[in-house]
Write a protein that binds this ligand. Structure first.
Ligand SMILES: [Zn+2]
Length: 473
């Protein structure tokens, strides 16, 4: 007999009535929709026919969310991992609408606020009074670095805010961990001011059904053993409306949902999240004291400017990064050792610097091509190294690897060096040397079962780039 997860085994032994949908309460039985791998078995996901939510059966036990944060992990989190753009997309419409209506700034509560970036965005950018709640050690670290109040723990019914009500309550990537989402919304409503808005983000259940989705991303959305309910836009809308918040808007943002709900009609301003974020980062860099968080924000601002094609502003921001010159990774044993000399996002910064030089409209085209080629080459080396060593997340670097080599070839071609350009182009078209490293890394991160799909995905990217390189060879 194969070993079943303990919780599943217990439920099978105790099971009497089929489980009701935790999102809408529709009684079972509900059909099995997916059977994602978990340990040596699987952990079934049921589909509710009434509201289209998906949910695990059995629901996972509440996990211990207190996390000890190592310094290397913290740097990676600040420089690379946290998606600030998404915070701006989630909160911007509410914060901007209030500012546009010339109403005084409100009060915001963020449940599961992490380091507190969303709180800082509302406070620093819009003058709101803010309060965070966070179980992990990111809470006190962020509270200290950003100067925002964060209560370490979980939100409960016994009002820790002395009766204060909030005009905006957000919970990003929280509701999919809750076994009883309806009770969770009821609790948030206790703290909501009249006419206030609840803003949630959560993975999209529909995205999980997309067969073309990168397997690593799919696993993150499923998070077997950690997520309880996966909401479709429709099931989330129904849940919020059923809990006394009839004015609901659910936006689909790639593989995520952003939901706004209120007892009063919603007032959401159209915004450009990138522009809002650039403004916030500029202000934070000007106001924060020197330190890891400020350095991380400089890198993030540079990235945003290049990604938006604002090359003159990026050129002005570049010197403040103090980006170490390309070096050698020979003898660098592990990620903590790498971080002594380089930022965790060095591969991306080098890549974007190459882009900025190449596309920045410089008159000395050949010289610009040569300089850009050096940065792309350095980015490629870091990506290859990150994919090959254990203990470092390489999700971004894995995706960037062949793009960096591709652009290195292109930059050399612009520099008037056709021979090395063709050599690198051929490497992109034929390389298999990194496959072994990629396989090992994929197996470590996602399990053997996913390795073929991940290698196929990487090859597809590589082949797409190779087609564009044919004319250089
Ligand atoms: Zn349901």
């Amino acid at each position: 007999m194969t070993t079943l997860p303990q919780t599943l085994l217990q439920t099978l032994l105790q099971s009497g009535t089929p489980p009701a949908c935790p999102a809408c309460g529709a009684p079972g039985p509900h059909e099995v929709h997916l059977r994602p791998a978990h340990g040596e078995g699987t952990w079934p996901v049921l589909l509710c026919r009434a509201c289209t939510a998906r949910f695990y059966n059995p629901l996972p036990q509440t996990e211990d969310m207190k996390t000890y944060v190592e310094i290397g992990v913290l740097r990676w989190y600040l420089e690379q991992n946290v998606n600030l753009w998404f915070y701006a997309a989630q909160l911007g419409p509410v914060l901007s609408a209030r500012a546009l209506a010339a109403r005084p700034p409100g009060a915001m509560l963020d449940i599961g606020c992490g380091y507190g970036f969303a709180l800082d965005l509302a406070k620093r950018g819009f003058g709101w009074r803010v309060q965070g709640v966070e179980p992990s050690d990111y809470g006190p670290l962020g509270a200290q670095a950003l100067g925002v109040p964060i209560l370490q723990g979980l939100l409960t019914e016994d009002d820790p805010f002395g009766g204060q009500k909030f005009d905006l309550i957000c919970a990003s990537q929280v509701i999919e961990h809750i076994p009883d989402p309806g009770a969770f919304i009821d609790m948030l409503r206790r703290y909501l001011a009249p006419g206030g808005v609840i803003a949630l983000t959560t993975p999209s259940a529909e995205a999980i059904d997309n067969q073309a989705l990168d397997p690593g991303m799919r696993d993150a959305l499923l998070s077997v053993g950690s997520h309880t309910v996966l909401f479709s836009a429709e099931s989330l809308r129904r849940l919020l409306a059923a809990r006394g918040l009839p004015h609901v808007e659910v936006r689909i943002q790639l593989d995520q949902l952003i939901a706004y709900a209120s007892a009063a009609p919603l007032d959401l301003a159209p915004i450009d999240p990138a522009a809002l974020l650039v403004e916030y980062l500029r202000r934070a860099i000007a106001e924060l004291p020197d330190g890891m968080i400020r350095e991380a924000m400089r890198g993030r601002l540079y990235r945003m400017l290049v990604e938006q094609g604002d090359y003159p502003a990026a050129e002005l921001a570049w010197p403040s990064l103090n980006f170490p010159p390309p070096g050698s990774l020979e003898g660098v044993a592990d990620f903590p050792e790498f971080l002594v000399k380089y930022p965790s996002n060095a591969a991306a910064i080098a890549y974007l610097r190459g882009m900025q030089i190449l596309n920045g409209g410089r008159r000395d085209t050949a010289q610009a091509g040569a300089e850009a080629a050096v940065m792309f080459g350095w980015s490629f080396e870091i990506c290859r190294w990150r994919c090959a060593i254990a203990g470092a997340d390489c999700s971004e670097e894995g995706g960037m690897l062949w793009s960096a080599r591709f652009h290195q070839a292109f930059a050399l071609w612009v520099a008037g060096q056709p021979a090395p350009a063709a050599a690198f182009a051929r490497e992109v078209m034929t390389a298999s040397g990194v496959d072994a490293a990629l396989r090992a890394r994929a197996a470590e991160l996602y399990g053997e079962a996913h390795v073929p799909a991940i290698v196929r995905f990487s090859r597809r990217v590589q082949r797409g780039l190779a087609r564009r390189l044919r004319r250089l060879v």
